[in-house]
Design a protein around this ligand. Structure first.
Ligand SMILES: [Ca+2]
Length: 519
């Protein structure tokens, strides 16, 4: 798989953290010497854009890092037993990664230490205040250093994201990665945008957005989403992507036990990545659509703030999907504001051409409705919690968001996102999902069958080099509950048999018009 990360920031952190873990003796398994080391996507991209003789600053990891860096490049700094910082010519990067004992070559990126100052004083929007995001902002916690993968219609670069936006190119993807629909840019803005004037700020305005554009001329399919999820799986641990936002859903119902998309979501979850999913805009009783039907993921419904900042008049949006899944799980677990949510409007996009004048709240900004825009508020909240608590597992984050939720809006059976109380939890968090029969469990853990949870995750494994594409297909991921689908190998990821789900481009439009996206 080839990746293209146009921009990167803070990428050095993950590699550095991995090395520090190595020094402390945490378990890092080294690939066999016959295996080729990985070149981090951002570094491969940088090298492809560099002249052959350009000296690149890299971090080399693995038991043979030191000798490899010394012979192919120049060692600049030793970083413990199994790693060095080095400079190497761009045209020798492949040679370096192929050397015996090299597991990873990552960029030795520039780190910005400038504190992100975010103020809620000039906000033109209600939702960040309703979510109490200013509480962590005031403490300087904005999601900085945490990656949020936005699997959507792409995100168009703008000053609101600046260098915090990485446009991901997955294998076989050609052409512009910009957002020609407008949906993904809105979603990313709600999660992590920040306008220069401070009027439009997402929940985690310091987080890095990894935008994976799954919009396809022939229509979007389940396999496109799974391909994107696998990219996250392969790269999450290198770039510290802790959160995935999915403001999308299949158009056919399913049990999570027979959903390849839910299986992919659960693989990510067990690897340490939190996944939030928009509930959908089909209304009550319409919740059996993957991935909103997955019991591990946190499903987010929408309520109406009634355009007032006080919670007293807040009411569940009638189109917000909810109910009990065919597998018996109540969804959504949490609600967030989902009407009149303002965020950046992608230039030259479909939304730009169809947005009514009344929704154009400022030049370059539009307000929209839908659970699509409630979900990314939870994604931003999760990024903030992960910055404050990098040792939390996805089960911990889900627990803290649910255990410390806010009052229920009228008509809602579940509470509203309350970032302040979740962020300020004192003591040890509990774990969500403990009685859920998950589809997968983390490699190396005991996956209990039948009626108990799979995902046993520990923070020491986050930086392990064992997280790679081969472990995505590891047989140890398969719980006994998944025996009906025995043939999980790499060839099945692109199987045409998965393309029967009619996840097509019109569903974007239906999602927008039928459900009052602009109303
Ligand atoms: Ca209100």
């Amino acid at each position: 798989m080839r990746h293209d990360a146009k921009r990167f920031a803070l990428i050095g952190w993950a590699a550095l953290a991995a090395l520090l873990c190595s020094c402390a003796g945490a378990g890092i398994s080294h690939p066999r010497s016959s295996q080729r080391g990985t070149i981090a996507a951002a570094l491969a991209s940088l090298a492809s854009r560099s002249a052959p003789g350009t000296r690149l600053h890299v971090i080399v990891q693995g038991a043979g890092a030191s000798s490899a860096a010394a012979s192919v490049g120049r060692i600049e700094k030793r970083l413990g037993r199994d790693g060095v910082a080095a400079t190497v010519r761009a045209d020798r990067l492949q040679r370096l990664s192929s050397r015996r004992g090299v597991s990873l070559v990552a960029p030795d990126a520039r780190i910005a230490f400038t504190a992100t100052s975010v103020s809620a004083a000039n906000l033109a929007t209600i939702f960040p205040g309703r979510d109490s995001a200013s509480n962590p902002w005031n403490a300087g916690v904005t999601g900085e250093g945490v990656g949020i993968a936005v699997i959507d219609s792409g995100v168009t670069p703008s000053p609101d994201f600046g260098a915090r936006l990485v446009q991901v190119r997955v294998d076989g993807q050609t052409g512009s990665l910009d957002d020609t629909i407008g949906h993904g840019t809105l979603v990313a803005g709600v999660a992590a945008g920040k306008s220069a004037d401070g009027r439009f700020i997402g929940i985690a305005p310091g987080a890095t957005v990894y935008a994976i554009n799954i919009n396809r001329p022939e229509g979007v399919r389940t396999s496109d989403v799974i391909t994107a999820l696998k990219w996250v799986f392969d790269n999450a641990h290198a770039y510290n992507i802790r959160v995935v936002n999915l403001s999308l859903g299949e158009t056919v119902t399913s049990s999570y036990k027979e959903s390849p998309l839910d299986l992919a979501v659960e693989r990510l979850w067990a690897s340490g990545v939190f996944v939030d999913v928009a509930a959908g805009n089909r209304g009550p009783g319409q919740i059996d659509y993957a991935p909103a039907n997955d019991p591990l993921a946190l499903t987010v419904g929408a309520f109406d703030t009634m355009d007032t900042s006080g919670p007293g008049d807040d009411t569940l949006s009638p189109w917000s999907s909810g109910g009990k899944t065919t597998d018996g799980f109540a969804k959504p677990e949490l609600v967030a504001p989902g009407r009149h949510i303002a965020a950046p409007l992608a230039p030259a996009s479909t939304f730009e051409s169809i947005a009514p004048a009344a929704n154009r709240v400022a030049s370059g900004y539009v307000s929209a409705n839908g659970t699509s825009f409630a979900g990314p508020q939870v994604a931003g909240a999760a990024a903030i919690i992960f910055q404050a608590h990098p040792d939390y597992s996805p089960d911990n984050v889900k627990w803290v968001l649910l255990a410390k939720d806010g009052a229920k809006p009228k008509g809602s059976s579940v509470g509203a996102l309350s970032l302040s109380s979740s962020y300020n939890l004192a003591g040890t968090p509990g774990r969500a999902n403990q009685s859920v029969p998950a589809l997968v469990c983390a490699p190396g853990s005991t996956c209990l069958s039948g009626s108990t949870i799979a995902s046993k995750w520990s923070s020491t494994s986050w930086n392990s080099s064992s997280w790679n594409s081969s472990s995505w297909n590891s047989s140890s991921w398969n719980s006994t509950s998944w025996n009906s689908q025995a043939d999980w190998d790499s060839s099945s990821w692109n199987s045409s048999s998965w393309n029967s789900t009619s996840w097509n481009s019109t569903s974007w439009n239906a999602d927008n018009s039928t459900f009052d996206l602009w109303g």
